[in-house]
Ligand binder design. Structure first.
Ligand code: HEC
Ligand code: HEC
Ligand code: HEC
Ligand code: HEC
Ligand code: HEC
Length: 298
């Protein structure tokens, strides 16, 4: 009797899992437009003008296009990598592309792709090949990626991010028709928040690991052990006064903070013959990296 009950319970549990997966599969976005709508953060602009303005000028706001080297490199990863050199990828044509194929780049450049069907992966691949920046610009790393989707790392400890919650620094009601409350994110002010995408090395979790951003690795293994105590947010948002722009050397003010350069010129001169001298210069250049990680990266 006992074991029958156990079997029934297990059966129910299995059914529950199946129904849940099937349901979430049905809820997935089927087009880029549907994915953009699922993560629409245009309403945030109305009240958070400063954050919105800063963010819209950042590379997070164009994470599939970049400078636009990102779009060009994703194109190469598809046409030269998946379609040619990686002969076991199963991809010969855009119609063969699935989410799993683009994950090698999009796990960081567009993590919400996991909430989309393979149709969206194909639509993105085609837009990348066509250089359709308008279409690619509809989806990016926006407010809802950091303040909801990526706001919790330890999901067995803290649970999955909840649907109608904005994760910030404290708990309280939030005057938004969908996101009706805000809660404290355990990681928002910690470096691991950024480390989720700013990489530790080759992406060994992928079937065909590539390596892009790695500076979270050097932050953890070099900057911190050498006595560094700032967080990513501490430098990039607060100390540099860049808020949600989070810029790099491309911003001259941030570039100035990258390195200290000391040039010593102990010139040695002698007089071979009266009235005639040979100038010699020895340059000793000392370059000190002041960033909290290796530079350049990515
Ligand atoms: C109608 C105005 C309004 C809109 C629209 C709005 N917010 Fe807010 N938001 C607020 C107010 C007011 C607070 C401060 C609440 C408090 O301090 O208790 C706030 C607080 C926050 C915080 C900080 C919370 C914390 O715990 O530190 C974040 C993050 C945030 N909003 C993100 C968003 C995002 C993302 C959107 C778009 C989905 C959005 N907000 C849309 C008014 C708005
Ligand atoms: C581990 C997360 C991660 C993965 C995986 C990843 N990237 Fe990146 N990528 C980033 C981050 C973060 C940056 C920007 C930060 C930096 O430069 O360190 C970046 C920057 C870039 C840049 C430079 C941007 C520019 O405009 O100068 C290119 C190009 C790029 N990625 C392409 C790719 C391609 C193609 C793939 C897949 C083959 C990929 N990335 C995989 C996180 C990642
Ligand atoms: C790349 C991740 C990221 C993105 C994208 C992002 N935020 Fe934030 N946001 C943060 C972090 C981290 C903090 C906390 C910074 C700190 O340490 O004070 C924060 C803080 C805030 C705060 C609280 C400010 C305060 O000082 O209390 C508001 C409001 C906010 N964000 C709104 C937004 C809005 C609106 C957007 C979209 C335009 C957005 N954020 C996009 C990471 C992000
Ligand atoms: C969801 C993934 C993700 C998260 C979380 C994230 N980033 Fe990024 N970040 C990226 C990607 C991808 C790029 C590069 C976009 C491109 O150029 O294609 C980028 C670009 C940047 C850049 C500009 C790099 C350059 O070459 O100019 C800075 C600075 C930066 N991020 C800092 C941060 C900080 C600080 C945090 C944490 C508060 C953070 N990021 C959180 C993915 C992320
Ligand atoms: C001690 C201050 C400091 C800390 C801590 C710090 N950064 Fe930086 N970071 C800088 C400076 C200065 C630059 C400008 C140099 C540059 O862009 O090459 C920079 C550049 C970058 C870039 C552009 C890299 C490139 O290719 O040039 C990214 C991306 C970035 N930081 C992200 C992060 C993330 C993510 C963290 C946390 C893991 C972090 N930073 C921690 C100071 C810091």
């Amino acid at each position: 009797m006992r074991s029958l009950r156990l079997v029934l319970i297990l059966l129910f549990a299995a059914l529950a899992v199946v129904t849940f997966t099937a349901q979430s599969e049905a809820q997935k976005a089927k087009t880029i437009d549907e994915l953009a709508k699922m993560y629409d953060s245009s309403s945030c602009k109305e009240c958070h003008v400063k954050e919105y303005e800063e963010w819209s000028k950042s590379l997070h706001a164009k994470s599939l296009v970049g400078t636009p080297r990102t779009m060009a490199t994703i194109r190469t990863a598809i046409t030269d990598g998946l379609m040619k050199e990686q002969k076991f990828s199963g991809v010969k044509d855009v119609k063969d592309i699935k989410v799993v194929h683009l994950m090698q780049c999009l796990k960081c450049h567009l993590p919400q792709i996991e909430d989309a069907t393979d149709d969206v992966a194909r639509e993105i691949a085609q837009a990348v090949i066509d250089g359709d920046t308008a279409k690619l610009g509809k989806v990016n790393i926006n407010c809802l990626i950091c303040h909801n989707k990526k706001a919790i790392v330890h999901k067995w400890h803290d649970g999955e991010p909840q649907k109608n919650v904005i994760y910030g620094k404290k708990d309280g009601p939030h005057p938004h028709e969908t996101f009706t409350s805000h809660k404290k994110s355990p990681i928002l002010q910690e470096s691991v928040m950024c480390g989720q995408c700013h990489g530790v090395g080759p992406n060994l979790d992928q079937p065909n690991p590539a390596q892009c951003a790695t500076l979270y690795g050097s932050y953890l293994h070099s900057y911190i052990p050498a006595g560094g105590s700032q967080t990513c947010q501490g430098c990039h948002m607060h100390e540099f006064k860049k808020g949600h722009h989070m810029s790099s050397y491309r911003d001259p003010e941030v570039g100035k903070r990258a390195v200290d350069v000391v040039v010593e010129t102990p010139a040695y001169q002698f007089l071979p013959r009266p009235g005639e001298w040979a100038p010699t210069t020895i340059l000793t250049v000392k370059l000190t990296n002041k960033a909290g990680h290796r530079i350049p990266d990515g």
